[in-house]
Design a protein around this ligand. Structure first.
Ligand SMILES: Cc1cc2nc3c(=O)[nH]c(=O)nc-3n(C[C@H](O)[C@H](O)[C@H](O)COP(=O)(O)OP(=O)(O)OC[C@H]3O[C@@H](n4cnc5c(N)ncnc54)[C@H](O)[C@@H]3O)c2cc1C
Length: 281
């Protein structure tokens, strides 16, 4: 099928883009990498009357240092994140997960801002941002706001974004000394959306007890979720010493089934991916 008719705009400034996005009559919709939006339009699951292509907005591109952490413009593509030394050093969890996000052709076009705005519960990036305690900056013609990742993802394909707002940047705080990270997902084929996946981080020297665990899941609920009871069960222990207790605490997660698996399978797979991530940690 082909997309329904739409007007196409490619603004050259952020101000111009934000002004165009105020057109609610035409359901003005941002176009980033198009890797999700264009298929949705071709299936007529989305029929915006106007596409606002963000590709000329250099203000929204790039990766820079930010107080020891890192700031990533919304239009930064996965392929650019994968090639970034700053991401490898300051946000290694993202570097670990990138090869699992879709396929190379999609990573060449797909953007971090597109993934964040879409809020697919099976996507890796929202859960990574939750694990990293990242913030998401959004802007409209009226000004800008910053949300913590925990307050931004509200449900399946649902975020705190309001009409006329764009995601402009994602900021990841500096990692604490001895902060460690691990990532694990299970998918039917490499590059498919995961059936269940988890990002884990904790502070502690190798072989010692760790503190401040963050365990963030994707593809198990209607949004990315932290497993706080599992985090508490791990606290103060070397990762594998707390693994069984953490798995036993996973019942707190508000599991949701999808086309891949029902709730019982999601619960089982969550335990499997957590143990494997803790081994890596
Ligand atoms: C075959 C296939 C496999 C895939 N596998 C995976 C996978 O395993 N994991 C995964 O995470 N993703 C996967 N994806 C999705 C891919 O990662 C998308 O690129 C991504 O989710 C959306 O990014 P985009 O830049 O292409 O956004 P677009 O498709 O351009 O936009 C997505 C949505 O976000 C909105 N939007 C975009 N940018 C902004 C912004 N700055 N501010 C506000 N709203 C904005 C758009 O209006 C649209 O509603 C897959 C896609 C395909 C086609």
């Amino acid at each position: 099928m082909k997309a329904a008719e739409f007007r196409y705009e490619r603004p050259e400034s952020l101000a111009e883009a934000l002004a165009l996005l105020e057109d609610t009559d035409l359901d003005a919709t941002p176009l980033a990498g198009g890797q999700s939006l264009v298929p949705m339009m071709n299936f007529r699951l989305a029929m915006p009357g106007m596409l606002v292509d963000l590709s000329e907005l250099d203000d929204l591109k790039g990766i820079s240092e930010d107080g020891g952490g890192v700031r990533i413009g919304a239009m930064t593509r996965y392929v650019d994140l994968a090639g970034s030394d700053l991401i490898a050093r300051r946000a290694p969890l993202i570097a670990m997960a990138l090869p699992y996000i879709a396929h190379a052709a999609i990573r060449n076009r797909g953007t971090i801002g597109g993934s964040v705005a879409l809020a697919d519960p099976a996507a890796e990036m929202p859960a990574l941002l939750l694990a990293l305690d990242a913030t998401i900056t959004v802007q409209s013609s009226a000004g800008s706001k910053t949300h913590g990742a925990a307050d931004f993802f509200l449900g399946m394909y649902e975020t705190a974004l309001e009409d006329g707002e764009l995601v402009t940047a994602i900021t990841i705080p500096a990692p604490a000394p001895h902060r460690r990270f691990a990532f694990y997902e299970l998918a039917r084929r490499h590059g498919d959306y995961a059936m269940a996946g988890v990002a884990v981080s904790a502070t502690g020297a190798v072989g010692a007890g760790c503190t401040d665990f963050r365990v963030a899941y994707f593809s198990v609920a209607d949004r990315p979720v932290r497993a706080t009871a599992a985090e508490a069960a791990l606290d103060g222990k070397a990762p594998m010493d707390g693994a069984e207790a953490a798995v036993a605490a996973l019942g707190e997660i508000p599991f949701a089934g999808d086309l891949n698996a029902g709730i019982a399978t999601k619960l089982h797979l969550s335990g499997v991916v957590l143990k494997r991530a803790l081994e890596r940690l």
